[in-house]
Design a protein around this ligand. Sequence first.
Ligand code: ADP
Ligand code: MG
Length: 684
Amino acid sequence: MNLSDPVDILKGVGEQTRKKLNKLDIYSIEDLLYHFPREYEDRSKIIKINEIAFNESNTIIAKIASIPQNEKKGRLVITKVKIKDETGTIFAVWYGQAYLKKQFNINESYIFTGKVLYKYGKIQMESPEFERYDGKEVLSSGRIIPIYPATYKLSQKIIRQLIYQAIKETKNQLLEFLPKWIRKKYQIADYNYSILNIHFPESLEDFFVSRERLVFEELFILQTGLLRIKNKIKDNKRAIKFNDIEEVKDLIDNLPFKLTKAQIKVFDEIKKDMLSDKSMNRLIQGDVGSGKTVIAALALYIAVKNNYQGVMMAPTEVLASQHYQGLISLFEKENIKIGLLTGSLTKKNKELLLKEIEEGTINIVIGTHALIQEKVVFKSLGLVITDEQHRFGVAQRRLLFEKGSNPDVLVMTATPIPRTLALILYGDLDISIIDELPPGRQKIDTYCVDSSYRERIYKFIKKELDTGRQAYIICPAVEESEIEGLQSVINYTEQIKNEFKEYRVSFLYGKMKAKEKQKIMEDFLSGEIQILVSTTVVEVGVNVPNASIMLIENAERFGLSQLHQLRGRVGRSIHKSYCILITDSKSKIAKERMKVMEKTNDGFKISETDLHLRGPGEFFGTRQHGIPDLKIANLYKDIDILKKVQDASKELLKADPNLEADDHLLLKEKIDKFFEEKTKNISL
Ligand code: ADP
Ligand code: MG
């Protein structure tokens, strides 16, 4: 029997069973072997009838002591049979399974497992699972029993039998594909042994060892494949060694605020990288509002003062132009020339800018995706920064990187992803975390309500505006559908204007002309506009500290991390801030998700919950990461195994980047197959 054989070749699998198995995504013998138990029940303790504990599950070996009877209670058929061992007699009882009557013969022995109740003066075992016992090996009793996930009308017993059959048939034939040296070094259990013991462990010890192997294997395939895709195993090429710049201290001293401890720590880490001759490949993770931009600016400063150019790419024009303005005011007193490159520059201005970039008269370029076009050529690019990096693919990051000669790389993200996932996705990056918000920030009070509260909410917003604050209203318009979206932003803004007659209201959406967008953002920043009705273009990065209230319509439509990002537009100063989520959704999951938003402001917790509620596939689906759901590895618990995996994976690729050695061929096959099937759309 081969792993790739269809399940049909197993005894007992006819058309019906095959269909049901297919529904579970099980087609081949291999699929069956990788259909792992959801949990286990320890039935290894077989007891005597006189040792039975009431109201608990017990496992006994007993003989059939009476002819089974079917009794009727209303429409329900109850099957009863007396069973006994040398210490006593009890009843076994099943409900609505009349056919069981014919199942048993007097004096035959079975293993029964079931809950035992004392009912109507009789001791009875309720709907026990049972298996013929002839002194030989049994599957469903007398051992640690696997319980499988969703069975699609296949009983546990049948699945168990099929898997057992598949294991027996392939016993010792599974070809080990993890390289020997890796198994030895990381003490990874044998393949055949692990498959057997994940399903039918002899002992807890066997189970743990087997599980560890299978988790290792799963993460190892994923990680090694990703690293190969990224083609970013450090080539030890020497990178730029920047000199320390005394003036950076002055710049820091002259900031309008004091850097937080976390910012200082992260900046030190960056500086260390930049001042060494190794490549910097660093991810800065910091919750929304933690102050990543200023850190990026300081790094740019070091690059420029070393006569290199720096570039920072942002996912939206709004954000790029905000960064541009911010840097201009930060470097006001410096002789630093900054350019803004976006898709909407006029041809003439663009050509001029490109020329200046190429000649090196521009020191810092801020821009959108437009930066990665071929025509953009730098004179001496030394530092590449991507903001909100989860919005870009690896390929895009790579293109920007290649515009320099081995420049240092900094990527920033506010989408806090669980540490394990970060390690898998960005395994090639060093991670710095800004785990502290600037002082004085208060919790953003978040409330989820239905639309019957609208009037009250409007009143509340007015009150805030009257104290001098500003408001965002995020409207449900979908950014991509241009016309529809445009319609609803405008219509919706009309409603809002009606409602807020004495206030200055304006709107913003992604497809507007860049000039208009910029003007509106400027007016909102200066306070000219009091209420900004917007699509999710303001989702990332936008910084208007005076805004203190955000209303989000149809909140159920957004992912939790996205809501958190949106909410991060307020609470950016000392003003007490509010976020109101409106949804009329009755769905339980939607409600649960909104509750999470109300309860916590911690982006890390929020994304973990999101991951829990939706699984990594879904979680990343929205971001087109395309990471598949994992079969056995648990992204919360298995961090220790993941660490081993990463070491092993890096070591492997360093020794054999193309996996060409004999000992690596099977592994390569596995990886290729996995990535071909599962991760067509991967983009990191
Ligand atoms: P994010 O990490 O979300 O990109 P920003 O860099 O946009 O956050 O910073 C958010 C706001 O906090 C900005 O107004 C910024 O000027 C301000 N800020 C940054 N660092 C500090 C600090 N140490 N103390 C006070 N305010 C700060
Ligand atoms: Mg930012």
